[in-house]
Ligand binder design. Structure first.
Ligand SMILES: N=c1c2ncn([C@@H]3O[C@H](COP(=O)(O)OP(=O)(O)OP(=O)(O)O)[C@@H](O)[C@H]3O)c2ncn1[C@@H]1O[C@H](COP(=O)(O)O)[C@@H](O)[C@H]1O
Length: 163
């Protein structure tokens, strides 16, 4: 069994401005000790997570955990509460935005749009009850099979149906 990743919401690293020492003339209000310790733990946990394909499994767990929660606190919860049509529509919109950047050759914007597509695909999976493992298994099944060979092996009947 794969280790269940943390479902804590990733917390942005503090900006340069926020890490600067506060001016002496405006002493910072002391935050409640418990709260700052918890925030520090979450930040450290988030920063320790790897920036690789495992982020998809972690994101899936976070989105899954949002299902049925307060829509005013979570974008995923809000989107899921709006139903399959809206979830699918958002995925389609993000896919179109992604292809626009690809066609325009704007590689930097394509990266951001790709992340949007993957996030909205994961919301779609959660809504549909599809687990990432199902998709990984399907990709694994296809490994080593050329797309050309696979298409050629399809029954002719199916090909003619699709025109
Ligand atoms: N990766 C994302 C992510 N990508 C995009 N978005 C949000 O998707 C929204 C897209 O905005 P749009 O205006 O296009 O969509 P909309 O608000 O539904 O507007 P309408 O289409 O209804 O007009 C923005 O609010 C983005 O912040 C995301 N929201 C969340 N995540 C991840 O999901 C985690 C959980 O988020 P919450 O569910 O919000 O806690 C986060 O920690 C992130 O890791």
């Amino acid at each position: 069994m794969t280790k269940k990743p943390s479902i804590k919401t990733p917390v942005k690293a503090p900006s340069k401005a926020s890490t600067k020492a506060a001016p002496k003339s405006s002493p910072k209000k002391a935050a409640p000790a418990k709260k700052s310790v918890k925030a520090k733990e979450i930040l450290e946990d988030t920063l320790s997570q790897s920036a690789d394909e495992t982020v998809l499994d972690r994101l899936y767990q976070v989105v899954l955990s949002r299902k049925g929660t307060d829509p005013s606190l979570s974008h995923s919860a809000r989107l899921l509460s709006r139903g399959t049509y809206k979830v699918a529509q958002k995925f389609g919109e993000e896919a179109v935005e992604c292809l626009i950047e690809a066609v325009a050759g704007r590689k930097d914007l394509l990266v951001g749009e790709s992340a949007d597509v993957l996030y909205h695909l994961i919301v779609l999976w959660v809504d549909a009850g599809v687990a990432p493992e199902d998709v990984w298994a399907e990709l694994r099944r296809r490994e080593g099979t050329s797309g050309i060979a696979e298409k050629a092996s399809r029954p002719k009947e199916n090909l003619s149906k699709k025109g």
